[in-house]
Write a protein that binds this ligand. Structure first.
Ligand SMILES: [Zn+2]
Length: 190
């Protein structure tokens, strides 16, 4: 009876369930399914700049959230193409703070492949797995161009994850991110 009432209630409400507070998409499996959701973008930027990633400590949570919310940045590559006018739109970033961020963005370009692979937020790739992938493939391109059977030989990678990682590299947003990072001084070739 309770489930019947529930079914009737949801019929009248239309598509129900909790919505993402940022982009109002209906949450599926506890996650916002919208790939452009500012919350997801902010999380990605935070991971990119984390100590395990390419290390940009001056870029804090307040900054990445604003960059994502204002749609100034959709992926980490765009961090390297922000102009003074873009930064001016953010609240609470002084000239000194911006200089610090600029310096760290510049230094981040020499981050090693394991830091980059962790920061890219590949499916299911934590810091330890990022290190193993960097050891196995030596570079981002080495991993990108690897065959599924090579990927499955890495300890901790199963069939499903090998497929998800290969798909990650085929995704158009991720391709744009990699291209823009390379255009801005990252070296992904072996
Ligand atoms: Zn969302």
């Amino acid at each position: 009876m309770a489930s019947l009432l529930h079914a009737i209630a949801s019929f009248f409400k239309g598509p129900s369930g909790p919505k993402c507070p940022e982009c109002a998409s209906i949450i599926i499996d506890d996650q916002c399914p919208n790939l452009d959701c500012p919350i997801k973008v902010a999380e990605w930027l935070q991971r990119w700049g984390s100590p395990g990633g390419v290390n940009i400590p001056a870029l804090g949570q307040a900054e990445v959230e604003q960059l994502a919310k204002l749609r100034l940045v959709l992926h980490p590559g765009e961090l390297y193409e922000l102009g003074p006018g873009d930064w001016d739109r953010l609240g609470g970033v002084s000239a000194g703070h911006r200089a610090e961020i600029d310096g760290q963005l510049e230094a981040s370009k020499s981050a090693g492949p394991s830091a980059v692979l962790y920061g890219l937020n590949l499916p299911g790739v934590d810091e330890r797995l990022a290190k193993r992938l960097a050891e196995a493939f030596a570079s981002v391109d080495g991993l990108r161009l690897s065959k599924p059977e090579q990927l499955r030989q890495v300890e901790g990678i199963g069939d499903r994850q090998a497929g998800e990682i290969a798909r990650w590299f085929r995704d158009s947003l991720n391709k744009k991110a990699l291209k823009m990072l390379e255009q801005n001084g990252f070296r992904f070739a072996g």
